[in-house]
Structures are given as structure tokens and as C-alpha cells.
Design a protein around this ligand. Structure first.
Ligand code: FMN
Length: 510
């Protein structure tokens, strides 16, 4: 099986679709006595506490989310404080809530079911207050755990086919996904969640990188096996999802003097027993890139068909990226998924700012040239001032909203969002749809990972641009084919990837 056997991704996508019928015939129930713990624990390692607290950087959230910090010739090496901020505001615990069964610890970035299956690892050269090494980030005690001592950046650089940002980075943040932690609830659909839940974290990493003036790049082209070995992962359970390079340095890593040895560090079990969903591992191996040569071939121009020119009435967006003064940290601290939306309208400027600032600021190896996206933005507008209610598509070229059909679609939005109240009551919903056929043809099965990750990043950005403006947001799941049908004929042939609801929200008690 290889990256070019794209039937594998097609089949997985097809088999994990939600529909009105599949939900009704589903007999799965949650076994709370076997709920996995949301933390990875290495009992044999000592914590290296991270510094905390710090002053806010006072860069506004809207500018941090929408900007890309371009690579410079100057050294941009994060301090330990910077690294601590990056990790805390991406995957740290920002809120706790007691409930009869225990305490739920909510993280900076949203995650399906608050199950937190994405782990972060840091691969770095010598930093001012941290020796070169590979570290696992532990949100529970806000600490790093050293897995390997020494500078292993060259191993990551080699695995990425010497991707220039990776080669020049003093710090690399690697994300992994742990199947069972999310599959406990979502079963085989978890592989989609890897992209979404990693995406929200990556959105925070990019925003914090930009606020700290540290250039970042998302890298999805790497030899999987090499990074899985480097992080000492048991690949039946946990796999590397992405690299985010952070900063720039001229102190290139030289190849480590020792071989990457097998460590097999003991970790605590997540729950009494685990249920395996082999279809996810099958898909994952079919998305793997096997050699540096394959990685280099995989990277390059993204050839995405542009949307057809607008045929219907259009509205020009009226964004104001200066309209919200709160710092990125302040916004992340108050973020939380809306548990209820008021049916009141948001202004066209709020809405425009949401879309405009969220659709920018991703620099990634699978998005070349800069600005291109794999996902298209389809919308149901329920209540936005000066905009007729209806279904729209966003033309990022010219920042135009094209009306596809006018009408009150609150009921339809609720239905499409898996019959939940949230999308029906929201002021607007953004449905990310992608031409999977074309993406898989170009990028192979790995393109499936790219499309899901990109949608998660965009979702993460929408959360932040909503909370920056004191609005609410939540990610949502959906009835796959019904979404495409609703937006057809315009969306015919595309696939539903992710859904975000936006409006005047209440976070609930979390
Ligand atoms: C990709 C994604 C999909 C989600 N889907 C739903 C959903 O279908 N229904 C829902 O009520 N919440 C949904 N949520 C919200 C999560 O339940 C929420 O993020 C999680 O409980 C953590 O809480 P927080 O976002 O307030 O930190 C989703 C979140 C994400 C990131």
C-alpha cells in the first residue's frame, strides 16, 4: 500500500460518513469506567518545570491570527519563556471544571469531546535556558520531560527532505495523535479528528509564533517512520502528525553523533483496555511517505481549481482587523466552545473580520504559493446585519460573498450539523468543503491529512477571531453528504470536511 493508492483514503472517508440513517442505527454507548486519561505519562522521567506566569505580549489577537511572521536572516531563537508561552497557549490547561466523576481540564485549543488525543514534543538545539534535546510537553504539570539528550534537529530536517524552514529552525514542535484517547468516543472517525484537533492547536502555535515574532512553518512532508522512531512512539497507538518549525537560526544542527536508538520508555496505560480500529492504522500507513525522495516529490505547488467566477449576487466584505484590542493571550484565556447561541444578529463588519482574519496567516509546505487553500468556504448565514439570510460561498479573491440561495435556513443548518441546536441558533455557519478527488490525485492519501489539518487550522483561527470580537464559536460535526447536497450544484463533487458555528454565544459552565 502506498500514498498513491488513493482508494484507501476514499474508502475511509466514505465509511466514516455520518448520515441521518447511520446515526439512528448506531448502538455504540460510552463506557465511562474505561474512559482514557487525557495525558501521556512517563513514570521513569523527571519533570523539568516550565516558567510561568508571564506578562502578556500585547499583540492583538486579530493581528496575531492573520499575520505570518516571515523568515528573516536575523536570529530568532525562542527563550525558555517564549517556548513556555507557545506551549501553554496551544496545549496548556487554561480552565478546570469539577463534575461528579472528577475534574475536566480544558486546554487552550478546542478538541473534539475534550479528549485531547494530540501530544506535543519539542526537538531543539541548545536554547538559552534549555539544553538541546527531545522533550515531551506535559500539560498536567506544565513541564517538559526529556526523552533524548542532544541535538536531533538534523534527523527531523533529513526526514523532511531538508525543508528549508526545518533546516533553519532552532525549535521544532512535533504533534502526534493517540488513537484510543479519541476513538473511545468517536471510533474510526478519530482519524478525521486528528486533523481537526491538531489543527486547532497548530492555529494557536501559529498565532503565538506571530505574536512572539518567531517565524513558523507547518510541515506535513516527512518520512513518518523516522520521526516516529525519534519520538519513541508505539505506532500501533500513537503516530506523528505534523511539524511546526519555530524561529530561525544560523546555528544549523549537525547530524547527531549517535544513532537514534530504540528507547521503549515505559508510559502509563490510558485505560484498563483499548479497542483497536484497524481501519485508521490502514489509512495511516497508506498516507505515509517512505523516503526523503518521496517527501521531496510530494512537496511543491498546490494545484487547486479556483472557484468559478460568481454567477449570483455578491456582497463585499468589510473587515476591520483593528477593531478588537484584546491581546492574543487574553483571547485564548477566555476561549471556550459556545454551548448555546442567541439568535441575535452579528454586524457585517464583525462577520467580515472573522472571515478575513481567519482565512490568512498559514504558511505550510502543502500550500504553495502562499495564500492558496485546499478547502472552500461555504456558509449559511442566519443573522448577519445587512446580509440576506441564505447560503453563500466565499471568494477570497476580492473578498466577496456570493449568494447561492436566499432564505431562512436555520432548520437546515441544525439538521446538517447533526441535528444540534448550535448551528440552528448561530448567526452564521462556515462549512469547509474540499475537492478530495483532486487533492488525492495530486497529494495522494497524504492529501487527506492535509485537507483535514488545514480545516482544523482554519477552525482554530475562527475560534480566536470570534473570541477576539467577544463573539462565540464552536466546532461541529455534520451529515457529510447532506452538506454537499445542500450547497449543490455549486459544491457538486466536493466533500464536507469540517463545520464551525459562529455568533453571540455562551460558553456554559466550562
Ligand atoms: C473539531 C471539533 C468538533 C466539535 N464538534 C462538536 C459537536 O459536534 N458538538 C458540540 O457540542 N461540540 C463540539 N465541539 C466542541 C468540543 O466539545 C469542545 O471543544 C471541547 O469540549 C473542549 O471544550 P472547549 O472548546 O470549551 O475548550 C467540537 C470541537 C472541535 C474542535
Amino acid at each position: 500500500m502506498s500514498n498513491t493508492d488513493i482508494e484507501v483514503a476514499h474508502n475511509y472517508h466514505e465509511q466514516t460518513k455520518h448520515s441521518y440513517r447511520s446515526i439512528r442505527s448506531d448502538t455504540h454507548s460510552l463506557d465511562f469506567s474505561n474512559r482514557p486519561v487525557p495525558f501521556k505519562t512517563y513514570p521513569g522521567l523527571k519533570p523539568i518545570p516550565l516558567p510561568n506566569p508571564w506578562e502578556d505580549i500585547e499583540i492583538t489577537a486579530l493581528s496575531a491570527v492573520s499575520a505570518v511572521t516571515s523568515p528573516t536572516k536575523e536570529e530568532r531563537i525562542p527563550s525558555l519563556n517564549d517556548l513556555a508561552r507557545l506551549l501553554y497557549y496551544s496545549a496548556g490547561i487554561i480552565r478546570q471544571r469539577n463534575y461528579p466523576g472528577g475534574t475536566l481540564m480544558f486546554r487552550a485549543a478546542s478538541c473534539t469531546g475534550a479528549l485531547y488525543e494530540v501530544e506535543l514534543y519539542v526537538v531543539c538545539g541548545d536554547l538559552p535556558e534549555l539544553p538541546a534535546g527531545i522533550y515531551h510537553f506535559s500539560p498536567k504539570d506544565f513541564a517538559l520531560y526529556q526523552l533524548r539528550e542532544g541535538d536531533y534537529r538534523a534527523v527531523v530536517a533529513q526526514a523532511s527532505g531538508e525543508e528549508p524552514h526545518v533546516v533553519a529552525a532552532p525549535v521544532l514542535v512535533l504533534s502526534t495523535g493517540t488513537y484510543w484517547r479519541n476513538a473511545w468516543k468517536y471510533r474510526a472517525r478519530t482519524y478525521r479528528h486528528f486533523g481537526w484537533d491538531n489543527g486547532t492547536i497548530v492555529a494557536h502555535l501559529l498565532a503565538m509564533g506571530s505574536a512572539l515574532q518567531l517565524p513558523t512553518q507547518v510541515v506535513l512532508g516527512f518520512v513518518d517512520k523516522e520521526l516516529n522512531q525519534l519520538l519513541d512512539l508505539d505506532i500501533q497507538r500513537e503516530v506523528t502528525l505534523s511539524i511546526v518549525s519555530v524561529g530561525t537560526t544560523t546555528q544549523k544542527a549537525s547530524a547527531p553523533s549517535t544513532k537514534v536508538e530504540v528507547l521503549e520508555l515505559p508510559t502509563l496505560p490510558l485505560s484498563e483496555r483499548e479497542v483497536d480500529y484497524p481501519e485508521m492504522r490502514t489509512l495511516h500507513s497508506a498516507t505515509a511517505l517512505l523516503s526523503e525522495k518521496e517527501v521531496t516529490r510530494w512537496q511543491g505547488q498546490t494545484s487547486i481549481q479556483p472557484l468559478p467566477a460568481p454567477q449570483g449576487p455578491v456582497w463585499k466584505l468589510d473587515p476591520d482587523p483593528e477593531r478588537a484590542p484584546d491581546s492574543i493571550e487574553k483571547v485564548i484565556r477566555r476561549r471556550g466552545s459556545s454551548r448555546q447561541f442567541e439568535q441575535t444578529p452579528i454586524s457585517l463588519q464583525e462577520f467580515s473580520t472573522l472571515l478575513y482574519c481567519s482565512a490568512q496567516g498559514i504558511s505550510a509546505d502543502f500550500l504553495e504559493p502562499a495564500g492558496v487553500l485546499l478547502n472552500d468556504w461555504y456558509l449559511i448565514v442566519n443573522a448577519v446585519e445587512d446580509l440576506p439570510s441564505g447560503a453563500y460561498v466565499l471568494h477570497r479573491e476580492g473578498w466577496l460573498l456570493e449568494l447561492l440561495k436566499e432564505g431562512d435556513f436555520r432548520n437546515e443548518a441544525g439538521f446538517l450539523g447533526l441535528e444540534q441546536r448550535l448551528p440552528a441558533d448561530a448567526s452564521a455557519n462556515v462549512f469547509f468543503l474540499a475537492d478530495l478527488e483532486a487533492i488525492l490525485k495530486q497529494l495522494g492519501n497524504r492529501g487527506y491529512r492535509a485537507a483535514q489539518l488545514e480545516a482544523g487550522i482554519l477552525g482554530g483561527k475562527l475560534y480566536l477571531t470570534a473570541y477576539a470580537q467577544r463573539l462565540g464559536a464552536t466546532g461541529l460535526t455534520f451529515y457529510d453528504d447532506a452538506v454537499v447536497e445542500f450547497f449543490s450544484p455549486h459544491a457538486k463533487g466536493k466533500s464536507a470536511i469540517f463545520l464551525m458555528a459562529l455568533g453571540h454565544g455562551q460558553k456554559g459552565l466550562s
